[in-house]
Write a protein that binds this ligand. Structure first.
Ligand code: ATP
Ligand code: AMO
Length: 478
């Protein structure tokens, strides 16, 4: 028997016999002779009518079919019909299946801890992993914690199926753009002999053959070493580990980094332009190729689909122009004015709102950050040593990418490292610094968090919702 897929059915399937393998989303019996099974495949649902009218289906079979446990996989053969009126409760509402044969393919246990339909109710207003709560009608709300604890069930929802189609697309579009522009993909080591980037914490692997190893916080040093090795334009898609005890809506301890690094000819803005058109490419291709998935996510997260890309480009501001906008809006920016700290999350979000209001866009770039808030490898601004040739990209007021021109001179790099308290002669850095002693072309790059782009593009509440199996300080399973 040829097995088809729900996504292949259309108006031209009407009156044809098909066979699909799907889960039972729910079932109800109307009478001893008539039952309805809602079938679900990758989040999409279609109604199957099981009627003991002709010879094909017996009353026993109707009874057996409604008795099957919810979520079991069945193989159903039937005639595709056009229901009148459409089946409002199915996502494929214009078609239904009049079953002639049903086989059980794989049963689901009777008591699954959480059902897909429970997970499909709107998430609690607070997206924290919290205690169980009830919604306005008194129905129990499945918290994010319960959903993540039961992630294999949770991922079966219509919304999650769409979210991870989009996540896969972001990764694919990033790669498509990189390859089209002649960049090459590299996989750099995640096990390192010493803690490197500094800043955020690093995880130690304590049993590396009698020594300690460390999990990479970023491919930063290696992507620059590849530039020193004449690779000219490189990218990597890989895991990034951060030992930060940050229990926030946007921090994970392991996430997927989309990194790139490239030489430029005259000015680091060549790379800034490249990065901007990369993000514009990703956003606009998502908006044109993934309309259906975005519409599904919109049912659960109302901001999905309203991402605003004014004139198909980013708004570019200098960091201190951003600070000025905040100050004009009455935000205290004393610390930033005095080069003490970077923007706080609250300030970033506020700036996002101001920019949406004033410039009608959800995508903007801040350029020329103060040197003090950037890592040691960052190149300073040629006219003002307190500033740097570095940029952050924001979506809906939160950071999705960081990048900069890098120091490409070994002596200058050593001085910058010492100034930031990093020893250029230490085991973790000596090969990196030596890479620049044979000369290295001026270069710049950036790093994007996949989970964050998906989260902010779709207007999700929490980065965990854009991560199949999230890792955070409290969570190492499933
Ligand atoms: P991002 O800048 O996007 O957060 P990052 O890795 O550079 O990524 P930091 O700059 O260290 O992170 O932190 C930025 C913001 O994240 C802080 O302003 C703060 O609001 C929030 N944050 C970081 N760590 C914590 C924490 N332990 N608890 C609560 N909030 C935190
Ligand atoms: P940065 O540390 O800003 O820069 O990280 C780059 C991007 O990674 C994402 N990100 C995170 N996502 C989830 N959880 C986290 N804890 C987390 N931390 C960061 C963000 C961020 O913009 N080496 C530089 C990049 C470069 O200059 O090329 C770096 O790692 O989207």
């Amino acid at each position: 028997v040829q097995i088809t897929h729900l996504k292949k059915l259309g108006e031209d399937s009407v009156d044809k016999e098909i066979t699909i393998i799907a889960r039972i989303h729910n079932s109800r019996s109307q009478s001893a002779k008539l039952a309805f099974l809602m079938l679900r495949q990758q989040g999409k649902t279609i109604q199957a009518v099981v009627a003991a009218t002709g010879d094909a289906v017996s009353k026993q079979m109707v009874k057996w079919a409604v008795g099957l446990n919810i979520n079991s996989f069945v193989r159903v053969t039937g005639l595709v019909k056009k229901p009148d009126p459409p089946v409002a409760s199915a996502s494929v509402s214009n078609l239904e299946l009049h079953a002639t044969k049903i086989y059980l393919v794989s049963p689901a246990a009777e008591q699954i801890p959480m059902q897909v339909k429970d997970a499909e109710r709107p998430p609690p207003a607070t997206a924290d992993e919290g205690e169980a709560a009830v919604d306005a009608e008194g129905a129990p709300i499945v918290t994010l914690k319960t959903r993540l604890d039961n992630r294999v069930i949770d991922l079966q929802t219509e919304c999650n199926q769409a979210i991870f189609t989009i996540s896969s697309a972001v990764e694919g579009l990033f790669e498509e753009y990189m390859l089209k522009s002649g960049s090459r993909k590299f996989n750099t080591p995640k096990l390192l002999g010493a803690a490197t980037e500094g800043g955020s914490g690093v995880f130690e692997v304590s049993n590396y053959f009698g020594k300690s190893a460390f999990l990479a916080q970023s491919p930063q040093l290696y992507k620059q070493m590849l530039i020193a090795a004449d690779c000219e334009s490189v990218y990597e898609i890989g895991p990034v580990f951060r030992a930060e005890n940050s229990n926030t809506h946007r921090h994970l301890t392991e996430f997927t980094g989309l990194d790139f690094e490239m030489v430029f000819n005259h000015h680091y803005h060549e790379v800034l332009d490249y990065a901007e058109s990369l993000i514009v490419f990703i956003i606009s291709e998502l908006q044109s190729r993934y309309k259906d998935e975005i519409a599904v996510v919109h049912k659960y997260f109302p901001r999905a689909g309203d991402f605003h890309l004014k004139d198909g480009k980013a708004l570019r501001l200098k960091y201190f122009d951003g600070i000025k906008l905040l100050r004009e809006a009455g935000v205290d920016t004393t610390e930033q004015d005095n080069y003490v700290t970077d923007l706080t999350t609250a300030q970033e979000k506020k700036l996002g709102l101001i920019i949406r209001e004033k410039y009608d866009t959800d995508f903007y770039v801040l350029d020329e950050f103060p040197m003090v808030v950037r890592p040691f490898y960052t190149k300073s601004h040629p006219k003002d040593p307190k500033l740097s040739n570095s940029y952050d990209f924001f979506m809906r007021g939160e950071e999705i990418m960081s990048g900069a021109q890098r120091i490409n001179d070994a002596t200058e790099l050593e001085a910058s490292m010492r100034a930031k308290g990093v020893d250029p002669n230490s085991e973790g850095f000596v090969d990196y610094v030596n890479a620049f002693r044979q000369g290295c072309r001026p270069h710049a790059g950036g790093g994007l968090g996949l989970n964050r782009i998906v989260m902010f593009f779709l207007g999700l509440d929490n980065v965990r919702q854009a991560t199949p199996f999230p890792r955070d300080p409290q969570r190492l399973r499933p």
